[in-house]
Ligand binder design. Structure first.
Ligand SMILES: Cc1cc2nc3c(=O)[nH]c(=O)nc-3n(C[C@H](O)[C@H](O)[C@H](O)COP(=O)(O)O)c2cc1C
Length: 194
């Protein structure tokens, strides 16, 4: 079993990364392999609305010059997906928005390839706007027929400077519990063809 964790912050050692790694540590404790993918800070294009993915149906976006197709492939191979984003003006980072739009269409064009995978949204925030950010990522999971576990709070951690989120006890507990619930759900569902 494998979970891919996508960091949408350009800060490689920032709050989003720490929150993701906290959830990943719990998954690893349960014997689930994890992979951390750094998307934030990479040059990525937005969707150009060409709809070629619906003609080609090859699990790829026609834009080949950035890493979005690699991330789509990793999501298609994984059993679970963590998407982490900092809150930028009360929404996801640009890189995560590009992933949501382009992967979203490619996944739908190819017959809902993320169907019944387990998804966890992870959000870092200084003060406000985390809930719409959380909502944007969950909407990507839910329109793609994915299954979303809960935690003890909505999955957000509060901090401004890099790794300041470590001081947010409730945020850290939320990520640990998310990792544990994700592991439990993966064990219940992977291999169950329904
Ligand atoms: C462009 C930009 C926009 C931001 N917008 C918000 C915001 O709307 N609300 C908020 O609480 N924090 C906002 N922040 C602060 C970050 O969300 C916060 O510092 C977060 O912990 C950063 O996570 P990171 O360390 O993973 O990058 C913004 C930061 C930047 C750089």
């Amino acid at each position: 079993m494998k979970v891919v964790a996508i960091n949408g912050s350009p800060r490689k050692k920032g709050n989003t990364a720490l929150l993701l790694k906290t959830a990943m540590a719990e998954l690893e404790k349960e014997g689930i392999e994890t992979e951390f993918v750094q998307l934030g800070g990479q040059k990525v294009r937005g969707c150009k609305a060409c709809m070629k993915c619906f003609e080609k149906k090859n699990n790829r976006c026609v834009i080949e010059k950035d890493m979005i197709n690699d991330v789509i492939a990793k999501m298609n191979e994984a059993d679970g997906i963590l998407i982490g984003s900092p809150t930028y003006f009360a929404n996801v980072s640009t890189e995560i928005k590009a992933l949501i739009d382009r992967a979203g269409l490619v996944v739908i064009a190819n017959g809902h390839t993320l169907r019944r995978k387990v998804g966890g949204a992870v959000v870092a925030v200084r003060r406000a706007g985390a809930v719409p950010t959380f909502d944007a990522i969950n909407k990507f999971f839910l329109i793609n027929e994915m299954i979303v576990p809960g935690s003890v709070y909505w999955n957000l951690g509060v901090g401004r400077a890099e790794e300041e989120v470590a001081e947010d006890e409730e945020g850290m507990l939320t990520m640990k519990t998310l990792g544990q619930n994700m592991a439990w759900l993966l064990k219940c569902t992977v291999g169950n063809k329904g």
